[in-house]
Design a protein around this ligand. Structure first.
Ligand SMILES: [Zn+2]
Length: 671
């Protein structure tokens, strides 16, 4: 995780994002950008469907103090947040896990105590790093599990890509402040803002700790020097966005091979815990990085590496300190997102609790707000969508009989995780012993306890078989996902509400949660999912001819979406967004096929609901962040996807010359 990760975490639930399309000039208003749509904006459904549907909402500023961006997903997320804050802030919760969360929630909210402590709790952790004198002492420090921030690499057990019933320990490269290694080659506007933001935060907090401006700047400069030594040997977005990335990172190594490549870097000590529980499978994600680390990790660079660790520690702990430090962190976020961001202490505490205990927060939500009846109805709906999908795969005559058969088997084996799990035992936190303020605990010490608790759990279970039924998305999250390694879709209780799920109206259900379910299913057959078999193993099940045809179809989607201008001349990345665009198109195709089964289906309602679920709003600066996200902005997800369908043209009488028109021969799709 990079220093900037906390910002990205803030927007992670926003599956949605939005901009404009154009060939020569933008064809649609970049309506997602705050201020682009006003009461004077003229938009007809034939020219700019997204703006026409959402204009009444878009012309008002909906961004709250706590928002980086907002939209249908975050409107529901905020309601869930407020409901759960009421529980955490209310009467004592009897359930032991909930009581643990409540204890930490209260402690996080106790700003009086935190302000009294100021930045003092951070000081010993910085001192500890400053006291390191030799490379051996540095090694002893980075192998500890009770560090407050990331070390120089990541080690963790996770499902093996080629054998999905066992785990391997993955060794990942050093986290970079600018997140994307390509930024170190050629810095973008976003990169410059991320760097300025990091510099501001680290400098100001180090000054609170008593450093002079010059001392703080030196620490930052040294930290960047260290990152620059490694960045050329770390994959940037230009590499990670390609479909062969899984093959690229899957480099099985023995411990001996790793030791040989690592020089003085204490790889053996870093993996020792895993070896002790019997792990023998190691995956080195980036061999070039380890070669570089072997050269860089020496006494000569000791100060640079210490500076890197100091900067990481400051950034990781800033929002666990007093109000002054929180204000600095938020001021630094403003440099990236172009907007003041303010959370109430309770909102901030909730996000921390959800970050640390996402599934337990999910259980709290499910136990108070989800119903058996909705779970059953949603499960039935998913079955219907799967049945239609099967019919579509059967009829996909551009594929050989053999490949179609295997695809249908994969669909038939797909696991459904609906609303909430029945068995929560995998997420047990009853053995986590947090100390309240009264017992002498504080935010920092409990944060460290939580980090160590999960690290030890990962180690303890590293050699256990993979639990295929284990959930990986919180029921309190307004989102859905597909996991290629489990061949499973997750549709959370959090998304079965609001505009997504209007139980009374079939066309709205289909335009809302229906397209989301079919979107997730399509991920099983997109550029990534298609590389995994029905059991979640990375394995080619395509004939060469079918694969070529799949790639041909995919390239039309890549090219079309890649031709769309998002904002200020910046185009959508057709490769990065390919999987999501294919999933959006597959989701719509599938639902439109299901629509044929209904007499008098309300297409207008269906398309309008679709446009509504993707409504969103954000400051101009956030578009740069979205351009590095695989999801296209909401207005493109709406307009560029809907114009691929004849039913849309027919429903709204769209004809040549209209902004939404796309000639039949130019339309693109994979599924
Ligand atoms: Zn998706």
């Amino acid at each position: 995780m990079s220093r900037m990760i906390k910002f990205f975490l803030l927007i992670i639930t926003i599956l949605i994002f939005t901009p404009t399309v154009a060939l020569a000039k933008p064809r649609w208003i970049p309506a997602t950008v705050l201020g682009e749509v006003t009461k004077d904006t003229v938009a007809s459904p034939k020219d700019d469907f997204y703006t026409a549907v959402n204009k009444p909402w878009l012309m008002e500023n909906h961004l709250k103090p706590s928002d980086i961006s907002t939209g249908t997903f975050s409107i529901e997320s905020d309601k869930i947040r407020d409901d759960l804050i009421a529980l955490l802030d209310g009467a004592p919760l009897q359930d032991k896990e909930f009581a643990t969360m409540q204890l930490f929630f209260r402690q996080l909210c106790n700003m009086e105590k935190r302000n009294k402590q100021g930045v003092r709790p951070l000081a010993p952790y910085i001192k500890e790093i400053e006291n390191i004198k030799t490379i051996e002492e540095l090694s002893a420090y980075i192998v500890r599990l009770d560090r407050p921030a990331n070390g120089l690499s990541g080690e963790g057990a996770s499902t093996d890509l080629k054998n999905a019933s066992v785990k391997s320990v993955y060794i990942s490269a050093t986290d970079l402040t600018l997140d994307d290694a390509d930024e170190y080659k050629e810095m973008t506007d976003l990169g410059r803002r991320l760097k300025a933001s990091d510099e501001y935060e680290v400098t100001e907090i180090l000054k609170l700790l008593g450093k002079t401006e010059a001392e703080a700047k030196k620490i930052l400069a040294d930290s960047y020097k260290f990152e620059e030594l490694l960045a050329p040997h770390i994959y940037g977005l230009s590499v990670t966005k390609k479909s062969d990335i899984y093959e690229k990172i899957y480099n099985l190594r023995t411990l001996d091979e790793l030791k040989k490549s690592a020089g003085q870097y204490p790889i053996e000590a870093l993996l020792e815990h895993f070896v002790k529980v019997g792990v023998t499978r190691f995956v080195l994600e980036e061999p070039d990085w380890l070669d570089a680390m072997a050269r860089v990790y020496c006494q000569e660079n000791l100060e640079l590496m210490k500076s890197y660790l100091i900067c990481n520690t400051v950034s990781a702990m800033a929002t666990s300190l007093d109000q002054r430090s929180i204000d600095i962190a938020m001021e630094s976020a403003k440099i990236v997102y172009g907007k003041d961001i303010t959370y109430t202490p309770k909102e901030r505490a909730y996000y921390r609790i959800k970050g640390s205990f996402s599934m337990n927060v999910g259980r709290l939500y499910a136990s108070h707000f989800a119903t058996e009846a909705t779970k059953k109805k949603l499960s039935d709906l998913i079955d219907r969508v799967i049945a239609i999908y099967d019919k579509r795969l059967e009829g996909a005559t551009w594929l050989s009989q053999e490949t179609r058969q295997t695809a249908r088997q994969k669909l038939a084996s797909m696991k459904k995780f609906v609303c909430y799990p029945e068995d929560w035992s995998d997420f047990d936190i009853t053995k986590l012993d947090l100390k309240s303020d009264e017992e002498g605990g504080d935010v920092i010490s409990n944060t460290l306890r939580i980090g160590e608790f999960y690290a030890l759990k990962n180690i303890r279970e590293a050699n256990d078989p993979v639990k295929k039924d284990k959930w990986n998305m919180s029921p309190a999250t307004v989102n859905a996902c597909y996991s290629p390694l489990k061949n499973s879709i997750t549709i959370t209780a959090g998304i079965a509400r609001g505009d997504f799920y209007d139980e009374a109206d079939t066309s709205r259900i289909m335009g809302g949660i229906g397209t989301i379910i079919a979107h997730e299913i399509t991920h099983a057959f997109d550029k990534h999912g298609s590389q995994f078999d029905k059991d979640g193993n990375m394995k080619n099940w395509w004939t060469q001819e079918d694969k070529d045809e799949f790639e041909k179809r995919s390239s039309t989607v890549r090219d079309y979406f890649g031709s769309l201008e998002v904002l200020d001349g910046k185009k959508l990345d057709g490769e990065l967004s390919l999987g999501e665009n294919v999933a959006d198109l597959g989701g719509l195709s599938c639902m439109l096929e299901l629509a044929r089964d209904y007499k008098d289906f309300d297409y207008k309602n269906f398309f309008t609901t679709y446009a509504k679920i993707w409504k969103s709003q954000m400051p101009r600066e956030v578009i740069d962040v979205i351009l590095k996200d695989p999801h296209a902005p909401g207005y493109i997800r709406t307009n560029a996807c809907l114009q691929q369908f004849e039913e849309f043209h027919r429903t709204f009488g769209v004809a040549e010359g209209d902004g939404m028109f796309l000639a039949p021969e130019k339309r693109v799709k994979v599924w």
